[in-house]
Design a protein around this ligand. Structure first.
Ligand SMILES: [Fe+2]
Length: 163
């Protein structure tokens, strides 16, 4: 199989995290009761699906590296899903779910920023396009999920026994 460059490998990680994010947002939306938050999660999931598609299309254009790229993306996806399994076990509540997304959304943004930085020297125009599209969306995800978590935390009774 073709060897990925550092940049291509990070792009594959962005793709794998976008795949995992679709599952994570769907899982957490089942835990939340707030309709607005559920809608936000649904939109985040859709945007993750589009991120995945855009990465895959970029992979199609990388000569002979499509297979290596999707393999690496799958590895990242299963690592992220493993993390979700560990973090969100059977008794996870809405706040646990939102906390988990605070971590994963920050991780996604970090990966996008890393791709951007690596591409400063590689100067791949399609990757530049992708970053330009996904970075503001991902920044918004980080903010939205933080806001949703803090809103829910503010509604909790701090003196109630934890379960
Ligand atoms: Fe996201």
């Amino acid at each position: 199989m073709a060897q990925l460059t550092q940049l291509e490998s990070k792009l594959a990680e962005v793709m794998g995290l976008a795949q995992a994010a679709q599952k994570a947002t769907a899982r957490v939306s089942k835990l939340v009761e707030d309709k607005e938050v559920a809608q936000t999660l649904e939109r985040m999931g859709e945007e993750s699906a589009e991120t995945e598609e855009r990465c895959a299309r970029l992979g199609d254009e990388l000569d002979g590296k499509k297979t290596a790229l999707s393999k690496k993306a799958r590895e990242t996806r299963s690592e992220a899903e493993q993390m979700m399994k560990t973090y969100l076990s059977g008794d996870a509540d809405a706040l646990d779910g939102l906390e988990f997304l605070i971590m994963t959304e920050a991780g996604e943004l970090g990966h996008v920023d890393i791709v951007q930085t690596l591409n400063k020297r590689a100067k791949n125009p399609q990757i530049r396009e992708l970053v330009k599209w996904v970075q503001p969306i991902q920044k918004r995800h980080v903010q939205q999920i933080r806001q949703a978590a803090l809103k829910l935390a503010a509604e909790e009774d701090p003196n109630e026994p934890a379960d």
